[in-house]
Ligand binder design. Structure first.
Ligand SMILES: Cc1cc2nc3c(=O)[nH]c(=O)nc-3n(C[C@H](O)[C@H](O)[C@H](O)COP(=O)(O)O)c2cc1C
Length: 200
């Protein structure tokens, strides 16, 4: 079982990474067959969407812009589950916006011309994580949720607030309200359980 985690922060090894890592470590600890990988969106060469519709609306999951998008999509397709971690930068980092725009536009093939076709990420379990310097993480989580649903993935919900993902505000190690590191572990375990049982 492979779980692929994305870190949308422009900084390495900081809050977003730590919460994503906590989730992936818990997933690995819960089953010896789980392997994980972290991808920094900042390391990817991803251009903004050109809104040309040229290839993406007529051919399945290809884009005229040649950069790291295809490689990332292949990794996502191969993975059994995805974790999207993102900090609040007013809303989200511009690099993360480019990443999301480009992947979301690949859905134009199904949405505009082939509603019967199956999206390559359809039904893939997806965990959401958002951190901030102290402001509400809910707008970031809602944004990530829209994206995940647009890609027809299954967003894994939690019993603890904010329910459709893990949030962390301010110093994540001291956030006693949202308990990001603790809830990230629960999310990791739930992702593994979901992959095994396909119960979503
Ligand atoms: C350009 C930029 C904009 C930010 N905007 C906000 C914001 O609107 N609200 C907030 O609470 N924190 C904001 N932050 C703080 C980050 O959300 C916070 O430092 C977070 O921990 C960054 O994630 P990282 O530790 O993984 O890099 C901003 C940071 C940057 C660099």
């Amino acid at each position: 079982m492979k779980i692929l985690g994305f870190v949308g922060s422009m900084r390495k090894n900081r809050n977003t990474y730590q919460v994503v890592k906590s989730c992936l470590d818990a997933a690995e600890a819960s089953d010896k067959n789980v392997e994980t990988e972290i991808v920094y969106v900042a390391d990817l060469k991803i251009e903004p969407c050109k809104a040309c519709y040229e290839l993406c609306s007529v051919k399945p999951y290809v884009c005229v812009v040649k950069d790291d998008l295809q490689k990332v999509l292949e990794k996502m397709v191969e993975a059994d589950a995805i974790v999207l971690g993102c900090p609040r930068y007013f809303l989200i980092p511009s690099k993360m916006t480019a990443f999301m725009e480009r992947l979301a536009c690949l859905s134009f093939f199904t949405e505009m011309n082939h509603p019967e076709a199956r999206h390559p990420l359809e039904d893939k379990p997806c965990g959401l994580i958002a951190v901030s310097g102290g402001a509400d993480v809910m707008p970031v989580l809602k944004h990530l949720m829209n994206f995940a649903l647009c890609l027809r993935m299954k967003v894994i919900t939690l019993k603890a607030y904010p329910y459709f993902g893990v949030g962390g505000e301010g110093d994540i190690t001291k956030d006693e309200d949202l308990k990001p590191l603790e809830n990230a572990k629960i999310l990791g375990q739930k992702l593994v359980e979901t992959i095994k049982t396909k119960n979503y």
